[in-house]
Design a protein around this ligand. Structure first.
Ligand code: CA
Length: 423
């Protein structure tokens, strides 16, 4: 039973109106409290909660946790315990912080060791990621890109509706929200020229994505059947998969994206567990043609998550440029994971799987500047009067996401990163 999702529960920790982090969320992350050591933790309202302190003070004694599960610099140890333990810990946290429970609430000494204002802690990467895979699973995005670069009448390549297309990305350049990145340099082919030029990319773009984080799957050689896939998914984060469109266009033939995609991917710091997302399940788009049996699954496996992107120029207020939703994904996460392992490819605890750019059906729901400004032909107006076709130096890109089913609202906070000039 996921008792942590009880919509009627309130917490003795204050939760601001419209917070992404009511007691029904209980995400997991890694942080350093001021003058203290790194720890894993959770968050309610604007309070960061030190889970290693809670473990040491005996609050998890009834749960079979191995060693110092929470006194770690990543969540990987906790993730490796598996879904029943994730659920038990989340339920227990809900119980401890329930408004009616005096156990910790009335113990001021313990509170001092466990609770920190969230603005006084530094968030770090939540997991150690050995491998990062990026899918391409939004039919609207794939259609838009195919229309722009190939043929509007045959925008989708013949494989697209048969396989969840993906490629292996690079985990070393996954960075946490708040970490600034530099405009990449590289080769591109100017329009109408036959020889490439070298220099800073002129078309740096964001990609509005979400990523899921896996637990350890099956040994090499075995596959994860689609019905089991969600057992191997720990939770999700917001994911800005930075891209350099001009470098990409020149380099991607024949082996696909390389330096245009691996200079940075920014993630939000709090991992929202699949258990917390249970109340927001929804149907996916109808799939036609019917996929192969290994990709077929009944029930609701998409999630209704409102997403938005804002651009904040250096000295001006932010402008929202996109509103989309995770539910538009044509291929769901279960299908992605089943496909990823059908050849016997193994996955690791802490691996990250990007959804691919999440574009919706309307022009204001497109998940990249490439689509929003349609290859530079439809500049977007900022609140300060300036225009954007791609991302300018010193712009900050902010992505936010939340779910609201009328009973509860939980969210992911934000992923925010500034594009600095090329080094
Ligand atoms: Ca991507």
């Amino acid at each position: 039973m996921i008792t942590a999702n009880d919509p009627s529960r309130t917490s003795w920790i204050p939760v601001p109106a419209n917070s992404d982090f009511p007691i029904q969320n209980i995400p997991f992350g890694v942080f350093i409290p001021e003058d203290d050591i790194i720890t894993t933790g959770t968050r309610i309202g604007d309070t960061a909660i030190d889970l290693s302190a809670m473990q040491q003070l005996g609050y998890f004694d009834e749960i079979e946790l191995l060693g110092d599960t929470f006194l770690q610099d990543t969540l990987n140890d906790f993730i490796s315990h598996g879904r029943p333990i994730w659920r038990a810990v989340r339920n227990r946290i809900a119980e401890v912080f329930d408004a009616k429970n005096p156990e910790l609430r009335d113990n001021k000494e313990h509170c001092k060791k466990i609770l920190f204002p969230v603005n006084k802690v530094q968030m770090l990467l939540p997991v150690y990621t050995q491998d990062y895979t990026d899918f391409y699973s939004s039919i609207e995005h794939a259609t838009n890109v195919g229309t722009m670069f190939r043929d509007p009448n045959n925008a989708l390549l013949p494989n697209w509706k048969h396989i969840p297309v993906g490629y292996h990305g690079r985990s070393s350049s996954i960075v946490i929200s708040g970490e600034d990145i530099h405009r990449p340099k590289g080769q591109s082919l100017p329009k109408g020229e036959s020889l490439p030029v070298f220099g800073p990319s002129k078309r740096v773009d964001f990609e509005l994505e979400m990523a899921f984080i896996t637990s350890e799957g099956k040994p090499l050689g075995q596959n994860i059947p689609i019905e089991e896939a969600e057992e191997h998914i720990f939770g999700m984060v917001l994911f800005n998969d930075w891209s350099a469109r001009d470098l990409q266009a020149w380099e991607y033939v024949p082996l696909g994206p390389f330096l245009a995609k691996n200079f940075a991917s920014s993630i939000s710091p709090w991992v929202v567990l699949m258990d917390a997302l249970e109340p927001y399940r929804t149907e996916g788009p109808k799939q036609d043609p019917t996929p192969f049996p290994y990709l077929q699954i009944d029930g609701k496996h998409n999630f209704d998550i409102d997403l938005e992107v804002a651009i904040k120029p250096e000295s001006a207020e932010e402008t929202t440029v996109c509103k989309s939703n995770f539910k538009y994904m044509y291929w769901n996460m279960s299908q992605q994971l089943a496909h990823h392992t059908i050849n016997g490819c193994n996955i690791n605890c802490g691996d990250m799987m990007g959804s691919g750019t999440i574009s919706g059906p309307t022009p204001d729901s497109y998940g990249s500047m490439l689509e929003l400004a349609w290859m530079g032909t439809k500049p977007l107006k900022m609140a300060d009067g300036t225009e954007r076709v791609f991302i300018n130096d010193n712009d900050t890109v902010i992505m936010r996401g939340h779910c609201n089913n009328g009973k509860t609202r939980i969210g992911f906070g934000e992923v925010r990163s500034k594009l600095l000039p090329a080094l």
